[in-house]
Ligand binder design. Sequence first.
Ligand SMILES: *[C@@H]1O[C@H](CO)[C@@H](O)[C@H](O)[C@H]1NC(C)=O
Ligand SMILES: *[C@@H]1O[C@H](CO)[C@@H](O)[C@H](O)[C@H]1NC(C)=O
Ligand SMILES: *[C@@H]1O[C@H](CO)[C@@H](O)[C@H](O)[C@H]1NC(C)=O
Length: 248
Amino acid sequence: MRGVVVIYLLLAICQCNVGVTSQECSESQPCPFVGENSFNFSLSGPMSDLVSSDGFLEVDLTVAVNPVVIEWLTLFRRTYNGGFPGPVWRFKPGDTVMVNLINTLEYPDSSNSFNELRFPNTTNLHTHGLHISSEEPQDDVFIHVNPEEAFTYEYQIDSQHPAGTYWYHPHLHGSTLFHVHGGMAGMIIVEDNPNPSITPQHLLDVSCPDNCHHEVRLLFQPTLLYADNYFPSFPFIENRMNVNDSFQ
Ligand SMILES: *[C@@H]1O[C@H](CO)[C@@H](O)[C@H](O)[C@H]1NC(C)=O
Ligand SMILES: *[C@@H]1O[C@H](CO)[C@@H](O)[C@H](O)[C@H]1NC(C)=O
Ligand SMILES: *[C@@H]1O[C@H](CO)[C@@H](O)[C@H](O)[C@H]1NC(C)=O
């Protein structure tokens, strides 16, 4: 394979012990990321939570090209709300979840043939693991949210929906790969059903809302940092990166 994928990161909220370096950092000779003794290896700080109340959660996801700064390296990527990854959605079985997907990317959009990378500035949304309808305005992956347009998804979460951790990301054929690798993805938490006839008391005793502070969230996500011109035919992928020479 020609060209080199410079760095392959596993991204997670975790306390990672990483090495310290004094070598010069560059695209072809990447440094390890330094941190302090440990740091939250989330590029936008700890993942923020959007939590439902009174049976309802409204989420705004604004798609734009933003700088993602990792110590000596600044990447420019399409993100949700400038974060990497997007915010955590947190709700209960029986809730209604509205997601306003606001696409601020602009024309021109690039339409190549069907199985090529294309539609860099068109997006949509898909969830993994939620038992919801695949019809508009729920989880319909054929929706196109064009540049400078918005769409509101409305998910009806079943009152017996299993508790768990799930995932959301764009699912438009042609741009999914580089939208997700850019950081457009995030965690969904469906909380335990508070009804003791569904969740046994001994499980309720160790879960939220009384024990949320014991929760450790891990979101693993590969992100490929492409060398300049790695995809010469697809300049729209957005592979700009700046190296900060003065970073110690
Ligand atoms: C990492 O994030 C957690 C949760 O917000 C916080 O309690 C902790 O202090 C952070 N650790 C570092 C090293 O920043
Ligand atoms: C996509 O949107 C960005 C940000 O608005 C813009 O700079 C770019 O020209 C648009 N088109 C393509 C093909 O990248
Ligand atoms: C480069 O790194 C230095 C030292 O860590 C920091 O003060 C400065 O703000 C950084 N510049 C940019 C453009 O990120």
